[in-house]
Ligand binder design. Structure first.
Ligand SMILES: Nc1ncnc2c1ncn2[C@@H]1O[C@H](COP(=O)(O)OP(=O)(O)OP(=O)(O)O)[C@@H](O)[C@H]1O
Ligand SMILES: [Mg+2]
Length: 323
């Protein structure tokens, strides 16, 4: 947000607000309240924060109180009414934000359902098809001369690998381990798969003192999955380190690679992929945040932070059975 524009709007408001207040005390008409509402919307659009607004209101009231014979109960009430009108735009924004978060959670749940269906199709249907191919191949091989049978044996070995990889990908996509054993074992399984496919050395450090809610575990699993995808696709790295650690009641997960890094500020919106945006949106659904540090030539670190997940927080006592 443009700081000069914000300051300019705040200075103008220092002039407008006392006049509106005076009119509210004198007339208390709809027109004054409408103007207060519009003032609030302008300030919101200019990036003026709630605290700055509250500060403005109290400054104006304090100046009135200091200059005059004091503020009557009626005047304080009328000023409160005016202030509520200024705040209306902020209130609507907050409601919109809450609605959007709610919708986002619903979308993520639907996305998870779809991922589960894809994982099952990959696991069951492709698995059965491949099994059928292997049986037909064995039957065909039996009727062939030994030299050709060896050739078929080589093809069979490749198909075995395809089947193994498909099963693995299905398990990574929809990790039963996450539900049964929790985040760390599921991340270890994921890391092993990425390491085997990409040649990266992936290390995991840190343990969690307790299980977390399904939403938090799934969010972090998907975020780390995307981080590892990004490292494998973009970083040209040789090592990745995943660190889990509690910070008070918050949980922090860091994924750091030693690759070529990039300039995050250069990511222009139209060309940008979905991965980082998707991570941020998922994290917002659990009140978490993402911090990305990267420089060309200096690797990349993605830090995922979710507050209030332990002890007195929302996940107190979360267990595999009762979550
Ligand atoms: N670990 C990393 N090392 C180097 N560059 C990275 C790394 N992570 C992200 N980037 C850069 O940031 C860009 C945006 O990443 P993002 O995950 O949002 O999109 P993407 O990976 O290009 O596409 P998508 O995730 O939608 O398949 C990447 O295209 C890449 O240029
Ligand atoms: Mg990506």
């Amino acid at each position: 947000m443009n700081a000069a524009l914000r300051t300019q709007h705040l200075e103008q408001a220092l002039d407008t607000y006392p006049r509106l207040l005076e009119r509210q005390w004198l007339a208390a008409d709809e027109e004054t309240l409408t103007q207060a509402y519009e003032l609030g919307r302008d300030l919101l659009a200019a990036g003026v924060t709630l605290l700055e607004l509250s500060d403005l209101h109290h400054r104006v009231l304090a100046e009135w109180a200091a200059a005059g014979p004091g503020l009557s109960h009626g005047r304080v009430q009328a000023a409160g009414r005016l202030f509520n009108e200024v705040l209306a735009g902020y209130e609507m924004l907050l409601r919109g934000y809450n609605d959007a978060n709610h919708a986002l959670r619903g979308m993520n749940e639907r996305l998870e359902d779809q991922i589960e269906q894809i994982a099952r199709a990959l696991h069951d249907e492709s698995g059965q098809l491949l099994a059928a191919v292997l049986i037909r191949l064995d039957q065909a091989a039996a009727a062939l001369p030994p030299q050709l049978r060896n050739e078929i044996g080589g093809v069979r070995q490749l198909l075995d690998q395809v089947e193994f990889q498909l099963r693995r990908l299905a398990h990574e996509l929809h990790p039963a381990l996450l539900t049964d054993l929790g985040l760390r074992p599921a991340l270890e399984f994921l890391a092993d798969g990425v390491a085997a496919r990409s040649g990266l050395v992936v290390g995991i450090e840190g343990a969690l003192p307790q299980r977390l809610s399904r939403a938090v575990e799934l969010c972090l699993y998907r975020c780390v999955q995307e981080c590892l995808n990004n490292v494998a696709r973009h970083a040209q790295a040789s090592h990745v380190r995943i660190q889990l650690r509690s910070r008070g009641d918050a949980l922090e997960v860091r994924v750091r690679d030693d690759g070529r890094g990039f300039a995050p500020q250069r990511l222009d919106a139209p060309a940008r992929g979905m991965g980082l945006t998707g991570m941020r949106e998922r994290l917002r659904g659990v009140d978490g945040e993402l911090d990305l540090r990267s420089r060309p030539g200096a690797g990349t670190e993605v830090r995922l932070l979710i507050p209030n997940v332990f002890q007195g927080g929302r996940d107190a006592g979360a267990s595999a059975a009762g979550r």
